[in-house]
Design a binder for this molecule. Structure first.
Ligand code: DON
Length: 306
């Protein structure tokens, strides 16, 4: 399999697409990104990595981090992993990622772990289990990618905190239903910081391999049982790209998680992981060229979970 050539073809197809979307600006620090940046990388289950474009440039992972907090909260929960699923659902929300509307009728139980409301509950759970949710995510990313330079961009975290009225509203509302164990301020601080982690396509593709390996980490140890890894992949497929998850499954056919930094990490079960980055977003907050490149790659290769 000539991965390098496949990446270059997917990149060329994506770059020829008519529109690119616009970078997120509701977190002011993110608006400074180069809108023309594009990177893509594949990491295979046995540790080979291939890349194209700006594949080694770090970017703000944003909601891609929700995948790691979920996996780590389940892993740290051990025997009690299912306790998380009593506090957060696993149905697509059909609403934007930062919506508040369902929380009241559903008594403070967020629809799924990837909308902001659900991710706040997952961060709270990870904080409860480890005492340091940000540190847990950072250590995991460093260990799986082999890149010890992965770090929180404090300016991005602070910028989001200053403009984070919606997330603060969500967290307080969830707390009013008794579904947060830590103070709202701590949960928000850990959430903003893990979203503000910077990593490259190379790094994230290497990290994503644990889901392609059905829960097994780079060092051969098991993070998740095979069944839990299946569950995480299933929620990624149905909820990982918010109310565009149907369109993403239709076009790409893989479990994937997007972030408003423009990154998308997709899992090729048994084969590896692909990460693509282009900052221009569509209405749902997913990278326009990122989806186009994954569409081109999976259409050319037939890779899919279907
Ligand atoms: O909470 C937020 O709004 C951001 N820190 C993360 C949102 C995000 O990345 C949504 N993804 N496409």
């Amino acid at each position: 399999m000539d991965y390098q050539q496949l990446l270059h073809q997917a990149m060329a197809t994506a770059l020829s697409a008519p529109g690119r979307g616009r970078p997120a600006d509701y977190i002011p620090a993110l608006a400074a990104v180069d809108p023309t940046a594009f990177g893509m990388a594949i990491a295979t289950v046995d540790g080979e990595v291939f890349g194209a474009g700006d594949w080694e440039t770090p970017f703000s992972v944003q909601s891609v981090s929700k995948l790691f907090t979920l996996a780590l909260a389940l892993a740290e929960g051990g025997e009690d992993a299912d306790a998380l699923w009593r506090r957060v659902g696993r149905e697509p929300s059909g609403n934007p990622f930062n919506s508040l509307v369902q929380l009241e009728t559903e008594q403070g139980i967020p629809r799924n772990p990837f909308i902001n409301a659900g991710a706040l509950v997952v961060t709270d759970r990870l904080l409860e289990l480890t005492g340091d949710a940000v540190g847990a995510v950072r250590d995991f990313l460093r260990a799986e990618s082999g890149n010890d330079a992965i770090e929180v961009d404090d300016a991005v975290a602070a910028s989001e905190a200053r403009h984070g009225h919606r997330n603060a509203a969500l967290a307080h509302f969830i707390a009013s239903y008794g579904n947060l164990r830590n103070p709202v301020e701590s949960v928000l601080a850990h959430y903003y910081a893990h979203c503000a982690m910077t990593a490259s396509c190379r790094d994230l593709a290497l990290v994503g391999r644990f889901l392609a390996r059905h829960g097994v980490r780079a060092d051969g140890s098991r993070l998740l049982s095979r069944s839990e890894a299946k569950r995480v992949n299933a929620v990624l497929l149905t909820c990982g790209t918010y109310d565009a998850a149907g369109e993403f499954a239709f076009r790409v056919g893989l479990p994937g998680k997007s972030g408003v930094g423009g990154g998308i990490l997709a899992v090729l079960p048994g084969r590896g992981a692909v990460c693509v980055w282009s900052p221009g977003l569509d209405q749902a907050g997913n990278s326009v060229l990122g989806v186009a490149a994954l569409d081109a790659l999976t259409t050319a290769t037939g890779w899919s979970v279907f």
